[in-house]
Design a protein around this ligand. Sequence first.
Ligand code: SF4
Ligand code: SF4
Ligand code: SF4
Length: 432
Amino acid sequence: MTSLEAYLNQANTAYLDDCTRCGKCVEVCPVTPVAGIDANRSSEIVDEIVGLFDGGPPLGGDSKIWAHQCNGCGVCIPACPEDINPRRMLMLANTSESQVVSETPQLFRKMARAIRIMAAMQLAPPEFQKLTRNPRARDVPVVFYLGCNPIRTPHLLLNAMTILDALEIDYETVGGPGACCGIIHSKWEGEIDKADRVSDGTLTRFEDFTPEHVLSWCPSCVLHLGETIDGYRDTSFNFDHITQFMADRVLQLRDRFVRPVDLRVLLHIHDGMPEIGQNVVQLLADIPGLTIVEALSEPGYTCGGSGADRSPELKKIKRDETIARAEADDVDALVTLFHGCHGQLAKEEGRGKFEVLNWTDLVVEALGETPHADMNKRYRLQQDWDMVLDEGEIYLKSNGVNMDREWLKGLLPDIFAQSEFKGGLESFGTSN
Ligand code: SF4
Ligand code: SF4
Ligand code: SF4
């Protein structure tokens, strides 16, 4: 038995013992009323979920809808009278279920291909290398964990590196599909042996650098490694989101802000990781000239197939509110949080009412540097795949990605549709 399997067995048994099936988590869940789940059946629904941990049948009806539409918002966590984390319980239930009914065969392979193509068509070779290389291990205080899907929106990561440079941090990067956190293999593909090898390999890779801090960009990595399988392996570093590390050094950054950013912005944040939204508010608060008109939260812990897109009806309601607020006359720019959010919201700039920027663009600008080019947004706004390929082909070729143009053209809509959840993650462009 692998360590991950042993860990999951222990975690699942604890839920079988500790959960009283009181149903409070179903009742408070914002997805319940919108998805048409019968809250009067809350105890039975949880009983079916927990039954998965005891070899019960695959989910059906309301329990399936509830588990599959969990967007990770975390509203249920304080509601549990037994101090159980129902969000984690559902993540583990989805993992258990995917071992029996995997709806996403080959997801990882397809995802890795999509990531490589997207990054290669946006970056000149030195930057492509910077994000995809495998640096030689050396002792550093900080490892910046790029994850894999964030590399689809590479300018955000490069901006974050500019900020770390401004803080004079000695760091190395670890990332790309070869350093996945393992969530795809466990939660989506149900391959626990493989997930164990992947998670273990990535944690070992971090250890190779003997860092004090491993900083993740990807909120899904934070949730997976920091909550769902937290403690599965002993580690000697602090694992946190990069915004926390930066917010802890906000005074140093503030001293380096030399350029005003004269914008009134609407900040897009998420319910499931409110602390990350607060970190970004703190980082932006002292940028000269900048006004945060409002920080507007959307459901889930991120946009994308592991977050808000899992509960599409609820997401639509809140997304319409975000866009309406961003279109008001007092907003110049909609500011995104994570890579999944940026990938989705970038195209909204095409409405002609507001710019779409990421928080890193604003911090880099305030530091007197030039934010990295947002080619992802540029391509999304073109909405013509021939034009996109006319521009992207030279980058692809110079990064060693040689593919038949017509074949690639057929692939691009799916690859770029990372944001649009299609009800079963069948789109290999799906991000998490
Ligand atoms: S995390 Fe949010 S969506 Fe998931 S069960 Fe809890 S309240 Fe519902
Ligand atoms: S609220 Fe807690 S104890 Fe009650 S059903 Fe949900 S997880 Fe179990
Ligand atoms: S959570 Fe997603 S982006 Fe982050 S490492 Fe895992 S698979 Fe990659």
